[in-house]
Design a protein around this ligand. Structure first.
Ligand code: 9WN
Length: 453
């Protein structure tokens, strides 16, 4: 049984009993950031950079809403799953039809989801993101248990099961019980050094981009974002997937990017644990979820753990090899409550090393990449900066394995970061300076969650 912490939501956006007075300002900042990003039935990650609905953002954001406006938490997840495809995939972007098509690149016209069978009426992308939604739904419910919440769980449950089924079947390209991602965007850590090796094999030239106009660099510094060459490859990979109607059969024979990611698969395993809890709550059978969770954990260990480095690495199905970079993705399997003690120990060694600096007293949260690596870039997106969602996940992994002192250190550093820079999208891993969007949804939401504990 997973011991997720439960705390009822404080009413009306005021700090709950457990939130000290000195954090009242931060709490209000987080609530007003979420309110400012709320858009009729979902929350945009950022009004400028990401003016639509994103899949794993909505999951994290729902956890934050549960503390202040639980109805928004359920609307958030419900609107996302309304856009689920017939095959079970939950698209990584759901486009808001009232936002001009050119506001985000690549926009709805590029993805052309309406030309594909089994897609919803609303325009979406054709990719997915880490399946953290069952986990989020369970966390949201435990923070605000109610009859409405239970009814929402009941409605979401078959959709969450279909999401898992899609990943466990159509995406099991390697045939070993893990899901493959078909694009770096599916990892959520778009330009992580983890993808450098598999991306290098994707044929693309920066010239590909001349046909398009990037929108992200209008709102954020180019030096803090993926490069043009990264984008050229992102576009080339989507183009290949789109040309095959976003079908998953035959991927091994034709698709240029196929990787088993430790965070993605750990999320898939954690989702089965959460589904077991949800099933218990709504009178369904938790047994099959527990069995699937155990199988996923075994496969994550067998396929993605490297006893030489002690950490987890993505497996590139094109080369058959583990990718060499030691990124924060390698720590993510801690969120599996049944991760064997030997791997827990090894990951803790990695996390507490100079590479990531986890400690009971730590000044800054975990960076997204190994601080000691030659290609560590403290300003560039997922190649060094600290992100609140990854720290939140690792913190829950630490709690799941009884590492309360380290979890407390991480929590304090996350709060300190927001005290330094507010609800930015990501943060300089040394100075804590805010980077990217200044009013970012999941930073606000997860800040509420850590403040409330
Ligand atoms: C592409 C919305 C998303 C996050 C991702 C983050 C970034 C998009 C982009 O923004 O990706 O999906 O345009 O850069 O990498 O994790 O979900 O916040």
């Amino acid at each position: 049984m997973v011991n997720w912490t439960a705390r009822p939501a404080p009413p009306g956006g005021v700090p709950g009993g457990g939130v000290p007075r000195r954090h009242a300002g931060l709490w209000q900042l987080a609530v007003s950031t979420l309110d400012g990003n709320w858009e009729h039935d979902h929350t945009v990650p950022s009004r400028t950079l990401y003016p639509h609905q994103w899949s794993w953002d909505s999951a994290f954001i729902a956890i934050g809403w549960a503390h202040v406006r639980p109805d928004h938490a359920w609307q958030e997840l419900t609107s996302l799953f309304r856009a689920q495809w017939l095959d079970g995939r939950v698209p990584h972007i759901v486009f808001n039809p009232v936002v001009p098509g050119g506001a985000y690149f690549p926009g709805p016209g590029f993805w052309a989801s309406a030309t594909v069978e089994g897609t919803p009426r609303v325009a979406t992308s054709g990719l997915v993101q880490p399946p953290v939604h069952a986990l989020a739904a369970w966390h949201a419910y435990r923070r605000a248990p109610s009859a409405d919440g239970r009814a929402a769980l009941r409605r979401l449950y078959p959709r969450l099961v279909a999401q898992q089924h899609y990943l466990a079947t159509r995406r099991d390209v390697g045939g070993a019980g893990l899901a493959s991602i078909v694009h770096p965007w599916e990892s959520g850590l778009d330009n992580s050094p983890a993808w450098d090796a598999p991306l290098a094999a994707v044929p693309a030239e920066a010239a590909v981009l001349r046909a398009y106009r990037r929108r992200d660099t209008v709102h954020a510094a180019a030096a803090h974002r993926p490069t043009d060459l990264d984008y050229a490859r992102y576009i080339a990979i989507v183009t290949a997937y789109r040309a095959a109607g976003y079908r998953d059969d035959g991927l091994a024979d034709r698709h240029p990017f196929l990787v088993e990611c430790p965070l993605f698969n750990a999320a898939m395993g954690a989702a089965e644990h959460a589904l077991a809890e949800i099933a218990g709550e709504i009178g369904a059978d938790p047994g099959p979820h527990r069995e699937r969770a155990a199988r996923i954990t075994t496969a994550v260990v067998d396929r993605l753990h490297d006893p030489t480095t002690g950490t987890f690495h993505p497996r590139d199905l094109r080369s058959g090899r583990l990718t060499p970079a030691r990124t924060v993705l390698g720590l993510a399997p801690l969120i599996l409550p049944d991760l064997p003690a030997r791997q827990v120990e090894a990951v803790l060694v990695e996390a507490t090393s100079a590479r990531f600096g986890l400690a009971a007293g730590m000044e800054r949260p975990l960076p997204s990449h190994d601080r000691t690596a030659a290609d560590f870039e403290p300003l560039r997106y997922w190649r060094g900066p600290s992100w609140m969602n990854i720290n939140w996940l690792v913190r829950h992994g630490l709690l799941a394995h009884g590492q309360t002192r380290l979890a407390a250190g991480l929590r304090a550093s996350m709060i300190g970061l927001a005290e330094t820079a507010g609800c930015h999208e990501y943060f300089h891993p040394d100075t804590g300076a805010g980077l990217g969007s200044p009013a970012f949804g999941w930073t606000a939401a997860l800040l509420l969650d850590v403040l409330a504990e």
